[in-house]
Design a protein around this ligand. Structure first.
Ligand SMILES: Cc1ncc(COP(=O)(O)O)c(C=O)c1O
Length: 388
C-alpha cells in the first residue's frame, strides 16, 4: 500500500497526524459522557464545546447553530427530513426543490419523501458542465415550496454551484436553503452568511479528519424536527451519546484545513492544471468533465471515449494508482453515472470516466507518474474491449 499513488481524496482522506494527536486524550483520559454532571463528564463537555466553537468560527455562526452528527449522510438526512417533517407538522407546504446531480444522501432522501410521504419534488437540471442556473431555481419556486437543496461542490466532477446567488432568491421567498457542502469542507469559503444558506452539511473524513463524524449547521429559528428520537443531546436535534473524540478531531481538521486553504488551493490548482493539460495532450479522444473554471482545485475528471471506466481503474490499480470512476458496471454492461448522464454526456463517453482527486500528500512526481502510465492503460483497456 505504501507504494500506492493515492488520487482518490474525494472518496476519503487519511487522518492528519495532528488530528490524531488532538483526539488522543479523549479516548482514554477524558472519556466521560459529555452530558454527565460529574467532573469526568464536564471535562469532556468542555472539549466538545471548544470543538463546537472552532467549527462555528469557520462557518461564521453561533455555536448553538452547530449540530454534531455521524457524517455527511446523516447531516443531509437530518436537514431534509427535519425540514420536511416540520413543514408537514405546521401544514406549511409540500414542495421540495433539488437538482439532478446531488449525492444520494440528498437525492434518495428527497425521493423517499416523495414516494412514502407524498411530497412533491422538482428536480432542476444542470448544464453540460454540471452547473445549476440560479434562475432555474427561481422559476421552480412555488407558493408551497418548503425547501431548496443544492450541493456546494459535486463529488464526481467537482463543479462548484453559485450558492450565494441561489440563497438570495430563496431568502427573498423565505424558503429554507440547504447545501450539501461535504466536498467543499476545508476547500471553499464556508461562511454561511456570505453563502446565504440556512442549513449546511459537512463530513470530517473529507478534510483529513476521522470517518463517521459530521456537522449540520442550522440557522437559528429554522423549524427542524429530529430524524432520530431518543435523548436530549444536541438540543434534541440529534439524540445519542456524543462522539467527543471524533468531534474534537473534526474541529481540529477543519481548523487546519482552513488555515492552509489559500496556499493549498494554489498548489493543487497548479498540479491539477498540469495533470489536465498532460492527459488531454497525451490521451486521444479525451475530454475534461465538469466546469472548466468553477470547479474544485483538487478535481480532475475525464471522459475517455469507448473505454470502460472500471477496467481502466483496475489497470491503474495494477500500476499502483488509486483512482475512481463515475461509471458502473452492473450487468457486464458499463453505464455512465447519473451525474454524467444529467450533464448530457453521451454513453459512449460516459462509460470511460475517470476521477483523479488530489490532496495534501500529492506531489508533482505523482502527477508525472500518472501522465507516464495513463495513456498506455487507456490504450490497453480500449484494445482489450475491442477484442471483446
Ligand atoms: C457530496 C457528498 N455528500 C455526502 C456524502 C456522504 O458523506 P459521509 O460519507 O460522511 O456519509 C459524500 C461522501 O462521499 C459526498 O461526497
Amino acid at each position: 500500500l505504501k507504494e500506492t499513488i493515492y488520487l482518490d481524496y474525494a472518496a476519503t482522506t487519511p487522518v492528519d497526524p495532528r488530528v490524531v494527536a488532538a483526539m488522543q486524550p479523549y479516548w482514554t483520559e477524558v472519556y466521560g459522557n459529555s452530558v454527565s454532571i460529574h467532573a469526568c463528564g464536564r471535562t469532556a463537555a468542555k472539549g466538545l464545546e471548544a470543538a463546537r466553537g472552532q467549527v462555528a468560527a469557520v462557518l461564521g455562526c453561533h455555536p448553538t447553530e452547530i449540530i454534531f452528527t455521524s457524517g455527511g449522510t446523516e447531516s443531509d438526512n437530518l436537514a431534509i427530513r427535519g425540514i420536511a417533517w416540520a413543514a408537514r407538522q405546521a401544514r406549511r407546504g409540500n414542495h421540495i426543490i433539488t437538482t439532478s446531480v446531488e449525492h444520494h444522501a440528498v437525492g434518495h432522501t428527497v425521493e423517499q419523501l416523495r414516494e412514502l410521504f407524498g411530497f412533491e419534488v422538482t428536480i432542476v437540471p444542470v448544464d453540460a458542465h454540471g452547473w445549476v442556473d440560479p434562475d432555474e431555481i427561481g422559476r421552480a419556486i412555488r407558493d408551497d415550496t418548503i425547501l431548496v437543496s443544492v450541493m456546494y461542490a459535486n463529488n464526481e466532477v467537482g463543479t462548484v454551484q453559485p450558492l450565494a446567488a441561489i440563497g438570495q432568491i430563496t431568502r427573498a421567498h423565505d424558503i429554507p436553503f440547504h447545501t450539501d457542502a461535504v466536498q467543499a469542507g476545508g476547500k471553499l469559503d464556508l461562511d454561511v452568511d456570505r453563502l446565504q444558506v440556512d442549513l449546511l452539511a459537512l463530513s470530517a473524513h473529507k478534510f483529513y479528519g476521522p470517518k463517521g463524524v459530521g456537522v449540520l449547521y442550522v440557522r437559528r429559528e429554522t423549524a427542524l424536527l429530529p430524524a432520530l428520537t431518543g435523548g436530549g443531546h444536541e438540543w434534541g436535534h440529534r439524540p445519542g451519546t456524543v462522539n467527543v473524540a471524533g468531534h474534537v478531531g473534526l474541529a481540529t481538521a477543519l481548523r487546519l484545513a482552513t488555515e492552509g486553504q489559500g496556499s493549498e488551493t494554489a498548489r493543487l490548482t497548479e498540479l491539477r492544471e498540469r495533470l489536465v493539460g498532460g492527459v488531454l495532450a497525451r490521451v486521444p479522444d479525451a475530454r475534461l468533465a465538469g466546469h472548466p473554471t468553477e470547479r474544485l482545485a483538487d478535481n480532475a475528471c475525464f471522459a475517455f471515449r469507448g473505454c470502460d471506466g472500471e477496467a481502466l481503474l483496475m489497470g491503474l490499480d495494477l500500476a499502483g494508482i488509486a483512482a475512481s470512476t463515475g461509471s458502473a458496471c452492473s450487468t457486464g454492461d458499463p453505464a455512465p453515472s447519473f451525474v454524467l448522464t444529467a450533464m448530457g454526456l453521451e454513453p459512449e463517453w460516459g462509460i470511460g470516466s475517470l476521477r483523479l482527486t488530489l490532496g495534501r500528500w500529492t506531489t508533482a512526481a505523482h502527477v508525472e507518474r500518472v501522465l507516464g502510465v495513463l495513456p498506455g492503460v487507456v490504450e490497453q483497456t480500449r484494445t482489450l474491449q475491442e477484442q471483446g
